[in-house]
Structures are given as structure tokens and as C-alpha cells.
Design a protein around this ligand. Sequence first.
Ligand SMILES: [Zn+2]
Length: 303
Amino acid sequence: MRFAKNENGHKIEVEYSGQRANCGCCNSIVVGKKGRVRPKYWSHLSTKDCDSWYEPMTQWHIDWQNKFPKQCQEIEMVGSNGIKHRADIRLNNGKVIEVQNSQIKIDDIEQREKFYNSNGQLYWILNGGNLLQSCSIKYKKKRKGHYISVYIPQYTSESSYYDFDEIREKFLESNSVKELKSLIPYKDEVIRNGTELQFNFENEVDFFGIIENLKNDAHDVITNYYEGDYRDVLFEMKFDYYSESYDDFYNVQLNKLYWRKFIDVMKSPVYIDNLKGLDNDHIYYYQKNRILKKVELLSSLTG
Ligand SMILES: [Zn+2]
């Protein structure tokens, strides 16, 4: 286990090997173990771990616990029969999170769900990186964003004197560009390769109307300054917009190669971390076949 209590009853982690403290659960003496490979942990001195569901700590485990306040990590809970277990994470709202790095027996799953759901609500987080090494997941992402894009052609067959940098600068000085930049949700502009302009906004605006104005100004820039020499440039200029208010993940497909059947026994919500193909800041909600951001999961658990 990760925490023990000192003589003042405070929750402490191991500082050095051989350090002594008491188990917060059974009060017997525990000894600090601190090596080079495994994360440091407390070991019961004379008995087996008093929690029959004890499993070795891993760094992945600790990282998940650390996403929550210390007073919610490794919490003793007492069942109606007086038997105690340590929940990996127990929140003040009664939600219990078990982070599971290794295989678990079906009987244990049923007992744990019964135990934790009897006075709370259990959630599983599984380490796909360890448990489901052959499985992988695919999904499509739609990113949140609002922008207008303008493409200026790099050259024209009509004239060898064409200079897209000049056209771009004149266009950027036009009234319609100044106007869109004065809108409150305007954020910034990005220019790629000198020919692709992107005007970013915080939220949705009248993209259609703005693009009409931009097209008019592009027309004026080209016909006034260049006396109509570069009309095919005008023809090839592209105006477009993109507007999505939130990130979305869809077409989620899990490839269950060497799947672990015990997962299907779990009735409480199962979230899988570290699957092949899954972004680091995302997690997979198995029963709903849904991808969500870890921050979303955390706020739904704590909220
Ligand atoms: Zn104990």
C-alpha cells in the first residue's frame, strides 16, 4: 500500500527503506520499502496484507491517484460484515474509483462491485497498456474551432510578374479584414506558406457575411491595383470557414484481439486507459463505446 499513518495519525508515504509506521486499516506495524524499480510502498511486518484485494502499486496507479486530492487516495472502507478494504480513490461524493493494472478474478469483480456499490458508486479504470497489449482502437476526431480560411494562389499563368506576397499584403490591409479583426470573438491570424490565411475566432460569427465582404475586397484589390491582369487569381482564390463548438470523437472501433473476458463481467462503468491508438489525454468508455477526454471524465467524477 502507498500510505500508512504515523504516530500522530497523519497519512504518510515511505521516505526510506526500513521506516516504520502503522497500517491505517488494521493498525499493525508496516515497514517502508524503497527500491530502484518498483514504486515505494508499505509492507505489513508480520502478516500478509490485511486487505485481501491487495495488489502491488505501479506508477500508472499512482499517477491516477494523484489526479485527485490526497485525502481521497487509498481510503479504508468498512463493509457491513466489518471487513475492511482500501479503495484506490474515494471521493467525498461517494464515488469510488478502482484503478486496475492487472488481471482480476471474476469472483473478485463481483465482490468488489457489491462492496463498493453498497455505499457508493464504483468506477473501473483499466490499464490497457498492460492488460490489452494486442488490442487497439481507431476513432475520428473533430476538433473544436472557429475560423475563416483564405487561399491565395502561388502563381498565375497570366503574368510572370505576379507576386502573391504583394497581393496578400494588400488584401490584409483591406477594410473587410480590418472589420473582421475588430469583431469581439476575433482571436488571431495564422499565415502558412504565405498563401494560406486563417482567421481564428473564439466562437461562431456571421462567417457567410464576412466571406462575402472578403470576396468583394479581394476582387477590388486585384482589379484596382492590377487592372484586371490577374483575373484567374481571383478565380482560384478559395474562401472557406470551419465552425465546431466542441471536440467530438466518432466512428469508434475497438479491435478486441486477445481480449480479456473478465472485463465483460464488470457491471460498473469501465474506462480503459493506454490503449494502442488512443491519444494520451483521452480515455475509452467501454460499455458505451465512446472516447472522452480525461479531463472530462475527471470533472464528471468530481462534479
Ligand atoms: Zn493492515
